[in-house]
Design a binder for this molecule. Structure first.
Ligand SMILES: *[C@@H]1O[C@H](CO)[C@@H](O)[C@H](O)[C@H]1NC(C)=O
Ligand SMILES: *[C@@H]1O[C@H](CO)[C@@H](O)[C@H](O)[C@H]1NC(C)=O
Ligand SMILES: *[C@@H]1O[C@H](CO)[C@@H](O)[C@H](O)[C@H]1NC(C)=O
Ligand SMILES: *[C@@H]1O[C@H](CO)[C@@H](O)[C@H](O)[C@H]1NC(C)=O
Ligand SMILES: *[C@@H]1O[C@H](CO)[C@@H](O)[C@H](O)[C@H]1NC(C)=O
Ligand SMILES: *[C@@H]1O[C@H](CO)[C@@H](O)[C@H](O)[C@H]1NC(C)=O
Ligand SMILES: *[C@@H]1O[C@H](CO)[C@@H](O)[C@H](O)[C@H]1NC(C)=O
Ligand SMILES: *[C@@H]1O[C@H](CO)[C@@H](O)[C@H](O)[C@H]1NC(C)=O
Ligand SMILES: *[C@@H]1O[C@H](CO)[C@@H](O)[C@H](O)[C@H]1NC(C)=O
Ligand SMILES: *[C@@H]1O[C@H](CO)[C@@H](O)[C@H](O)[C@H]1NC(C)=O
Ligand SMILES: [Zn+2]
Length: 405
């Protein structure tokens, strides 16, 4: 059976490296002045990234373990035996499923792309998170960030004292590290959304590992924390990919509702269609669908339209749902990172008004939500100041994958 999929062009991207000796201009989100210097979506120099970028796969290209990366190789070696070898890669990284043969009736691999399967058939794997347990609660989150123009959106969320789960693409984190830091400073939860945003089930197990591993490393490098959850681009996950994520300590988060915001302008999809998808979700609250269990809808930090749409619908979502919380908060997952010195509030704390996180020190990873962009930081950021090292350009690698969830 032919499996319907999205055929999307992924332009190959060359990593743009500019070594400018003596011109290490480090923008700094820890001060208002530093923040004011950042012109949105203009590439900037950031030494903590520049000094490490050679230890990561090229930005926006499918990840593989770097030949000299003994730590990554050792990690892969330590989990490889637990990854099934009888579940083969499916299709192409661009989503093409030409020539793929698969038993879609029995769906033996619990391949979400076929029937939205979320209960693994391989023993030992947890269920995907596709809903949140709290009734009339929305697990609030956004894919594909950090976007270089997200300040207006994050300012809006801050003004509402609203936190969300941000599913970050590793390549975007390397391009826009200061924007990634803002998520943590603002009290959002950061989750992994792979390195190059391709169809994960197409990759060899080692390459799928690399997509997750290097995104975890990028988030750690830039924000100081290592996520313990991830969301598959396009929802494309099967039991082999789940096993790899699970071995890396990543909980798989998916959705049951899709705003289709990312599709605006694609294949005749109009803003009215996206409005209808938001409305459908809201109507389902009113009709009682979420009276015993809450909902998750796919929405994006992809561009001005998707973020504006999120702002437009925020009041209606707020009115419809009793609570809107980051997905980790809905799960009472107070330690969303490997590092234990950074916490999320419990669901009870959050809904009682304590929406911010508690950092383990004054060095930023935590910090109050009230400071917004001015409280960003972390030990990684100090390297951005007064560095005499040549810098690598971050960001500005061209328009992102506009047509992807
Ligand atoms: C996807 O990739 C395959 C293999 O490289 C190629 O044959 C196909 O044309 C691509 N499809 C699209 C829509 O780019
Ligand atoms: C790995 O090799 C790259 C060049 O391919 C080099 O830039 C980098 O520093 C090396 N990393 C380590 C940890 O040796
Ligand atoms: C699909 O299979 C046909 C027949 O074997 C082959 O000619 C074609 O190249 C295959 N296409 C892809 C994208 O693998
Ligand atoms: C969601 O709402 C739509 C439209 O109001 C309705 O047709 C559908 O049955 C609802 N879904 C569920 C699961 O209640
Ligand atoms: C971020 O959003 C801006 C504004 O819509 C858009 O122009 C840009 O392409 C987006 N960047 C990425 C990397 O998606
Ligand atoms: C969208 O773009 C307009 C015009 O540049 C800007 O005023 C507005 O703040 C942007 N909205 C978001 C959510 O980024
Ligand atoms: C979260 O904790 C609250 C009590 O603090 C409890 O009522 C709720 O059931 C818990 N939710 C989950 C998903 O554990
Ligand atoms: C942030 O958290 C601290 C302690 O964890 C609390 O005292 C403070 O009131 C919180 N601020 C907001 C805006 O929730
Ligand atoms: C924490 O605050 C103290 C006192 O302000 C300061 O001396 C110290 O450098 C700070 N530590 C970090 C890691 O920022
Ligand atoms: C948390 O601990 C890690 C090391 O485990 C450290 O690198 C980081 O700076 C710490 N962050 C805070 C906010 O204390
Ligand atoms: Zn995505």
């Amino acid at each position: 059976m032919h499996i319907q999929s999205l055929f999307i062009d992924f332009p190959a991207r060359a990593l743009l490296l500019l070594s400018l000796v003596g011109v290490a201009v480090a923008q700094d989100r820890t001060t208002e002045q530093g923040e004011a210097q950042i012109s949105e979506c203009t590439p900037y120099y950031y030494a903590p990234v520049s000094t490490q970028i050679h230890n990561f796969p090229p930005i926006w290209t499918p990840a593989t373990i770097l030949a000299n990366d003994t730590a990554a190789q050792a990690k892969w070696n330590s989990i490889a035996a637990s990854i099934p070898t009888n579940i083969l890669p499916k299709g192409q990284p661009n989503g093409s499923t030409i020539n793929v043969t698969y038993d879609t009736v029995n769906d033996p691999d619990c391949w979400w792309t076929v029937h939205q399967c979320t209960t693994p058939k391989l023993a030992g794997l947890p269920m995907d998170i596709a809903s949140v347990p709290e009734p009339k609660t929305m697990g609030y989150g956004f894919d594909d960030g950090p976007n270089c123009s997200h300040n207006a959106f994050y300012d809006f969320l801050e003004s509402q004292n609203q936190k969300a789960t941000m599913f970050y693409i590793g390549s975007n984190v390397m391009d826009w590290p200061l924007e990634a830091q803002r998520a943590l400073a603002d009290g959002h939860e950061i989750s992994v959304h792979t390195w190059s945003h391709r169809y994960m089930t197409s990759f060899s197990s080692e390459d799928a590992f690399a997509e997750l591993y290097y995104t975890m490393q990028a988030i750690k490098l830039v924000t100081g924390v290592t996520p313990t959850s991830w969301r598959p681009p396009f929802g494309d996950v099967d039991d082999r990919i789940r096993a790899i994520a699970n071995a890396l300590g990543l909980q798989t988060i998916i959705w049951k509702y899709d705003s289709n915001d990312w599709k605006n302008g694609v294949n005749g999809i109009t803003p009215q269609d996206v409005d209808a998808d938001y409305q459908y979700f809201i109507d389902n609250v009113t009709s009682g669908t979420f009276n015993t269990v809450g909902g998750i809808m796919l929405t994006h930090e992809l561009n001005n339209y998707t973020m504006s749409e999120a702002i437009k619908y925020y009041p209606q979502l707020q009115a419809a749902f009793t609570h809107m919380v980051p997905i980790g908060v809905a799960l009472n997952k107070t330690q969303p990172y490997v590092e234990t010195n950074y916490s999320l509030p419990t669901f009870s704390q959050y809904v009682a008004g304590q929406t911010n996180v508690s950092g383990g020190s004054n060095s930023s990873s935590g910090g109050s939500s009230s400071g917004g962009g001015s409280t960003s930081g972390g030990s990684t950021q100090s390297g951005g100041k007064n560095s005499a090292l040549p810098a690598v350009i971050a960001g500005g690698l061209g328009p992102l994958l506009d047509h992807e969830p």
